[in-house]
Design a protein. Structure first.
Lengths: 310, 275
């Protein structure tokens, strides 16, 4: 079973639970993506049997009719093909539609470059009104889904990883515009999102053995961004590394470095996808090849730390 | 259809046409000919078909109208103003900064506008979702979507047509307006194009009834022939620039920006044609 399959199953389970609590929630999916989804009521789930453009348009119509909609599809065609629809029928009128981009990043490694989406955060962040979320594990996935369901406007939930368990679901308290300090530290700030959060935690272990104490922040809310939280960390540490499974432009690196540049300039080193589009291969192998592992975070950390603001 | 109502609606349509020319003349931009061609359809829908309350534009049980053919926005605004959804003075601010009336109709900004359809080809998909939401909540309202025949070649429209199966039954009528130009009598090529279009809708399971888009009595009859609680298509033939002879006869479909002189000339033509 590929990484991708497990993630969509997790999403299906979380969202099915949500429909049991809230009768106004409807889940739409593109063909076959959420087969076997067990919803409490027939009208809370629709297998739209159409392309992504109509998926987004129907989500817009359902929201206009008073529903809270979750529209799930593979991230690359969802954002790519339906961008005009997302922009004009969901973002401009500001409707309560949560677009769920499955298989973002190297999640579906075997599928090759066109299906590997690394610019979705950049595209969605640029839209006014659009909340952008990237959960790092299964518990935060279901907590963030719940938050998104209460949002009056549109949101994009990026799903690249979700099989892990980093958070305790009982203690969970994630909120839009928030972030979580998963590990405290005084020497360097490691901001990460999605699957890179676990890599950042591993890197922090390695750095600790070199007497560099790293603070790891899970930036699950990319927009609105937990600016105060991250700034206060930068003010204490004086240097930063960002880690994301995304292209360099428009993602976490640019969010943090522009924040630092405006408010508290510190060196910020990126770990991101930098050598072109993806390609076919096993997910983990691809991450190693494209430099998305703890090792790269450690090297970047050392670079940033040597130039740190004192 | 009651002849008293019919005559009243025809009078309203004249007024709406005058308002559109005035609006676009003042704004010095906007699509005149596509707006004029759908006036009779809109006046009929808002006068005899849609269950709406101008003084309570958001009441829950209202019928919903979706303008997919956004180039006809001026016609929608003039019709809504005529019905009393907002003061007619707003028409003269069309396209101005801060106006109630945006170039593309905006939901929650303009009273009476139910849906923001940003670009062409979006109406049918949105209407399907909307009709589904209304049905699952037990709200008996109908959804009417006005789209241009030229939109039927867009991928998003094909997808929407095909998605009917997954959501049926829904109380949705697609009003498809097919414009012809240059004289009243349809040519053979036009007939063929209309048949092909009809077949396309029918192949996706949408029943089609055809009518003249400038004859309100015929349109009413045609709508009555479609199944009440299910999806269907009303295919209406209209004339480009209807109401102004020089535009109706025009071979060119490009729009000229209206200046004061042109506006007065067109208003004059409207007066004469209406007699």
């Amino acid at each position: 079973m590929s990484e991708g399959t497990r993630i969509s199953e997790l999403f299906a389970a979380s969202v099915a639970a949500l429909t049991r609590e809230r009768p106004d929630v409807v889940v739409l999916s593109a063909a076959g993506l959420l087969d076997g989804l067990e919803c409490s009521r027939e009208d809370s789930f629709l297998n739209a049997a159409c392309g992504e453009q109509n998926l987004v348009l129907m989500a817009s119509g359902l929201a206009l009719g008073g529903k809270r909609v979750f529209a799930g599809a593979c991230a690359a065609p969802l954002i790519g093909r339906a961008y005009d629809q997302i922009r004009a029928a969901v973002a401009i009128p500001g409707l309560p539609v949560c677009l769920v981009g499955l298989d973002a990043g190297f999640c579906s490694g075997h599928a090759g470059a066109p299906r590997q989406m690394f610019e979705d955060v950049a595209l969605m962040r640029a839209l006014p009104n659009m909340t952008v979320l990237e959960p790092a594990d299964r518990a935060s996935l279901s907590l963030l889904l719940r938050e998104a369901a209460s949002l009056e406007g549109p949101s994009y939930l990026r799903l690249g990883a979700g099989t892990l368990s980093l958070y305790d679901p009982e203690q969970g308290e994630l909120r839009l515009g928030g972030g979580t300090v998963l590990r405290s530290g005084a020497d360097i700030t490691l901001c990460a999102c999605g699957i890179m959060v676990q890599e950042a935690l591993k890197a922090a272990e390695v750095l600790a053995r070199q007497d560099i104490s790293a603070e790891v922040v899970d930036c699950y809310s990319l927009h609105p961004f937990p600016s105060r939280l991250v700034l206060s960390s930068l003010q204490r540490t004086g240097c930063c590394v960002t880690a994301e499974e995304h292209f360099l432009p428009g993602g976490l690196f640019e969010i943090v470095s522009s924040l630092a540049a405006r408010e508290y300039p510190v060196p910020v080193q990126p770990v991101a996808v930098r050598n072109g589009f993806g390609q076919g291969g096993a997910s983990q192998e691809l991450r190693e090849y494209y430099g998305l592992t703890a090792a790269q975070i450690v090297s970047a950390a050392v670079l940033a730390w040597t130039c740190r603001r004192r | 259809m009651d002849s008293g109502l019919l005559n009243e609606l025809k009078e309203r349509a004249k007024g709406v046409r005058r308002d559109i020319v005035g609006m676009l003349g003042l704004a010095r931009s906007g699509c005149l000919s596509p707006s004029l061609s759908v006036v009779d359809i809109l006046v009929w829908l808002y006068g005899a078909v849609l269950n709406v309350q101008p003084k309570k534009p958001w009441f829950e049980g209202r019928d919903r109208f979706v303008l997919s053919r956004t180039s006809a926005a001026p016609a929608l605004y003039a019709t809504l103003a005529e019905r009393g959804f907002f003061c007619k003075d707003e028409l003269w601010e069309y396209r101005r900064l801060g106006s109630l009336l945006q170039p593309f109709p905006e939901y929650r900004r303009t009273p009476g506008v139910d849906v923001s359809c940003g670009a062409s080809g979006m109406g049918p998909g949105i209407s399907l979702g909307l009709a589904l939401a209304l049905r699952t909540q037990g709200i008996g309202s109908r959804v009417l979507c006005l789209m241009g025949a030229e939109e039927a070649s867009l991928g998003s429209v094909w997808e929407a047509l095909g998605a009917l199966e997954a959501v049926a039954p829904v109380r949705l009528t697609l009003v498809v307006n097919r414009e012809i130009g240059g004289g009243d009598r349809p040519s053979e090529a036009d007939e063929k194009a209309e048949s092909t279009l009809t077949q396309r809708f029918e192949s996706f399971g949408w029943p089609v009834v055809r009518a003249d888009g400038h004859d309100m009595a015929k349109m009413n009859e045609a709508l009555g022939a479609l199944p009440e609680d299910e999806a269907g298509v009303l295919l209406l033939r209209t004339l480009w620039g209807k109401g102004i002879p020089s535009l109706e006869a025009s071979a060119f479909r490009s729009e000229h920006l209206l200046d004061r002189q042109a506006t007065e000339r067109l208003l004059g033509e409207l007066e004469v044609a209406a007699l």
